[in-house]
Design a protein around this ligand. Structure first.
Ligand SMILES: Cc1cc2nc3c(=O)[nH]c(=O)nc-3n(C[C@H](O)[C@H](O)[C@H](O)COP(=O)(O)OP(=O)(O)OC[C@H]3O[C@@H](n4cnc5c(N)ncnc54)[C@H](O)[C@@H]3O)c2cc1C
Length: 386
């Protein structure tokens, strides 16, 4: 197919990777972001092999890794703080500041020739090949990429939603400053990610930069005492008494106005495209965050789309090829990340048994199957990090 012009909705992981990959394949590209700036939250994104291949293909892997921390091990602890399992983090040792990655992708997209327009709100997309903006402009185009996030208006407008499966769980991401003694501890015993489960609540935290911890709290949606902004340290300490001082710090030091509890959901579409519009990222296939693969899949599917559009004779054939190739991988991760989340609802003895089952090679392999996948369209040989 001859390169043409693409209008991309959303400057998140999916939209920016689509912009780079299409621009590199000769397309003219414009990205519309409704906010006045790139997304500001600095949460920890786990870098798996699939992402590393993409960053490496774009020549930005080293720069990406410079914006985060290498984590040496992951300790699972019980409600009293006893370590029940310790694992090396060979598979995805890096946690990187989200804002840092997004800024690098945007810079790379501009270098490839893409235009990024802020305060540009897309109100609708026409399958015949056009988008309409809130200021009344209509922009004809050869390809629309709708990467407008979990509440995608374009997906809704096109009637593409098949399932929206609400989980029983919700979560919030925050960052808090690290203390000098915590930073010094890294040199003595290595950087550690702590994961604790109790009473259907989960706490996961690790350094995301030298000066900050990234924290992910999850609980059931009915646990209204726990799911508050800011959190109540007494409520959380009932499940994890040894973490009380940490909960106080979270309450006092996190940027709560910027932090929202998200009710986890799985999105599945009837199909990933309509006419000249491709839908990708959370808009097409949101998933609970337990396997830390939402952003990875948004990027993989964006790159895969550009590759399919480049290789196929026309847009229709490209979309068919793209969805056939990528969708089974995405749905695999959606299933396994939901399964991981259900651990929270198991009674205590079963939970312990399940943690052991997860160590079985076949089960462990299912969790990381797509994280280890080499994305279609990636040109990197073998990223050096993993
Ligand atoms: C609690 C939690 C923890 C998570 N942890 C991880 C993790 O560790 N690793 C990981 O890989 N993933 C994680 N995720 C998932 C990850 O955040 C998403 O999968 C990822 O951000 C999806 O990228 P996207 O580009 O599809 O959408 P988004 O990042 O949501 O980007 C969409 C963009 O589109 C813009 N937009 C929306 N509508 C319009 C419009 N009409 N016009 C113009 N612009 C528009 C938005 O402003 C936004 O900038 C987590 C999610 C949650 C809720």
């Amino acid at each position: 197919m001859q390169p043409g012009h693409a209008e991309i909705v959303g400057a998140g992981f999916g939209g920016l990777v689509a912009a780079i990959a299409l621009a590199e394949r000769g397309w003219t590209v414009r990205v519309h972001e409704r906010r006045d700036t790139l997304r500001g939250e600095g949460y920890g994104i786990a870098i798996h092999k699939n992402m590393a291949h993409i960053f490496s293909s774009f020549g930005i892997l080293d720069a990406v890794l410079a914006g985060g921390m290498k984590i040496d091990r992951r300790d699972s602890v019980d409600s009293r703080g006893q370590v029940v399992m310790t694992r090396k983090t060979d598979r995805s040792p890096y946690r990187i500041d989200r804002q840092h990655i997004i800024a690098l992708l945007a810079e790379r997209a501009r270098a490839a020739g893409a235009e990024i327009r802020f305060n540009s709100h897309v109100v609708s997309a026409d399958p015949a090949g056009a988008i309409s903006l809130s200021d009344g402009q209509r922009l004809p185009t050869d390809l629309v990429v709708a990467a407008d996030g979990i509440n995608s208006a374009i997906r809704e407008q096109l009637g593409l939603l098949k399932d929206r499966i609400w989980g029983r769980d919700c979560g919030v991401r925050i960052n808090i400053p690290r203390r000098p003694e915590e930073i010094a501890e890294d040199d003595r015993s290595g950087t550690v990610m702590i994961e604790a489960w109790a009473d259907r609540r989960r706490v996961l935290y690790c350094p995301v930069t030298k000066g900050e911890f990234y924290v992910l709290l999850t609980c059931t949606v009915t646990d209204t005492a726990a799911a508050t902004s800011p959190i109540d340290p007494e409520v959380w300490a009932r499940s994890f008494p040894h973490m009380h001082p940490l909960f106080v710090r979270m309450r006092d030091e996190a940027d709560w106005p910027q932090s929202h509890w998200a009710h986890f959901q799985t999105i599945r579409l009837k199909r990933w495209s309509s006419g000249r519009i491709a839908v990708l990222g959370d808009a097409a296939h949101a998933m609970p965050p337990y396997l830390a693969q939402g952003a990875g899949h948004a990027m993989m599917n964006a790159l895969g789309l550009a590759a399919a559009v480049h290789d196929a004779p026309d847009i229709e054939a490209a979309f068919i090829q793209w969805e056939r190739r990528e969708r089974p991988l995405t749905e695999h991760t959606q299933r396994w990340t939901r399964l991981y989340g259900t651990t929270m609802f198991l009674p205590k003895p079963l939970k312990k048994a399940w943690i052991r089952i997860e160590k079985l090679p076949w089960v462990a392999a299912q969790y990381v199957r797509v994280a280890n996948h080499v994305p279609t369209g990636s040109t990197a040989a073998s990223p050096p990090l993993l």
